[in-house]
Design a protein around this ligand. Sequence first.
Ligand code: FS2
Ligand code: SF4
Length: 508
Amino acid sequence: MYCNQCEETVANKACTVRGVCGKDSELANLMDELKEYLKVLSLQINDDKEDKLEEKRFIMNSMFKLITNANFNHESIRKQLLIAKSYTKKEDVTPYYEANEDLNALKSLIMGGLMGISAYHSHAIHLGYEDNEIHNFLVDVLATINDVKELDVLLEVSDKCGYYGVKVMELLDKTNTTAYGNPEITKVNIGVGNRPGILVSGHDLNDIEQLLEQSKDSGVDIYTHSEMLPAHYYPKLKKYTHLVGNYGNAWWKQTSEFETFHGPIIFTTNCIVPPKANASYVDKTYATGNCDYPGFKRIKELAVGSKDFSEVIEQAKLCQVPQEIENGEITGGFAHNQVLALADVVVENIKNGSIRKFVVMSGCDGRKKDRGYYEEFARTLKDDTIILTSGCAKYRYNKLQLKDINGIPRVLDAGQCNDSYSWVVVAMKLKEVFELNDINELPISFNIAWYEQKAIIVLLSLLHLGIKDIKVGPTLPGYLSETTANYLVEHYGISGINTVTEDIATFG
Ligand code: FS2
Ligand code: SF4
């Protein structure tokens, strides 16, 4: 195996024996093979792809399965490979190896971006919004990427990925807000109730909606976990009174937090951490959609898009109530509509000097020790600075109880990682209000934390929109070569993080 697609890759170079994520070499090789078959299939349908919706959805879902921590089930990937082979009529495909480190760097960046696009597009499709142009872009890039040998062509493709990143995040935003209303300021309980619960992890809002509807009179409470927290912010989801709280923290703490939850757990997407050998929750854990883990049960699908959660609800009734691990509330729901509703107050506070600066701290959390930087950074920022966040990165600082600025919380959570789109909308609005020519003239800095490929598409989207001087941490992707890293520094001002003191001095 040779995998370096995520931030945890060994020595920031590559996992070659076993993934830090838990992926073994057999699975990694199966995934590499699947990736190549997706390219062959894309090549095969590329000239005539308009009516190949089934193949295009297959490619999209397969790309989602390849995301870090999404699918650890060999059988699931083997099945996907078999389907890919049945489409392609090819017997053998050799996993692609790009020897040139600069080409390799950009191709890896692009592949990460495509995986992120696929994940977001699949969520939108679950709620009835599909964009053929996004499908076609994915197919077109997969069909051609192995043969591209020019750096400038790959740079153009990375930028196009950013264009489609914005497009798919915009689509998902429209999808979610149409289905569930605009997120609104919400206080979310982080303690527990006195009934058994089901804990829902991952990003798929359609899944939690179906569960909420099916469990509403069951005597069982529903809790969100990690990236599912923003479900509480949507009017049509928060109306369910048995959606009682958020349990635990970011994805990487799950092996201990699932033990104390006591009830069933449902993964709708990544991030799955392999349970420890003595874990007590495996027989109560379910996966659905593109994520999977050997030994987890599957949620039954009745028809396309319609799922049956009765088994998990029945199992929950027999479980103990969750053990409280913290209590209190966290506040969120500051997606673009809510922030723009407060625009007058925000603008007034900027004009009177109470708010001097915004820092976008979106992206992923992770388990490495050096992530402590983000908590310290948030704590150390001056109290006239507002943190704009989205994604699971927020768990490093969303419980710090930072003071408000004239009633405006200092940490504004827009939602999931794809809701980084909200900060783009807000920045555009501020640019208009202050009559600026360039978004970079705003008092907004970007300090993005990445772990897996969805953060890569968020980053490419921000670059496409012309946002400069973004800090990316805790390390830059291991696949970047010196030349490509220098290019990103020179053209976009991207840099890695330094010490908190140095970075706060840079951000001003
Ligand atoms: Fe966090 Fe994992 Fe959201 Fe990523 S829960 S690192 O999938 O996409 O963010
Ligand atoms: Fe390693 Fe990340 Fe690849 Fe897992 S996904 S094998 S941790 S680089």
